[in-house]
Design a binder for this molecule. Sequence first.
Ligand SMILES: [Zn+2]
Length: 62
Amino acid sequence: MSASPACKDHRGAVVETRPWRYGWTMRKPACACGHRYTTYEIPAENVQPQTDDEVDDDGQER
Ligand SMILES: [Zn+2]
């Protein structure tokens, strides 16, 4: 997941991590051969953009 898009053989060491919008986490790894790239870690609850249905959970008892 964190492999360099250029070399793909090894994982980069994260040199910068900062909170991003929507609760995401932005990470900037740099691999051993010097490539730098950006990855975003997205919380599972935010992967699906449509979550409006969860509002009605209290009324779902049958
Ligand atoms: Zn690399």
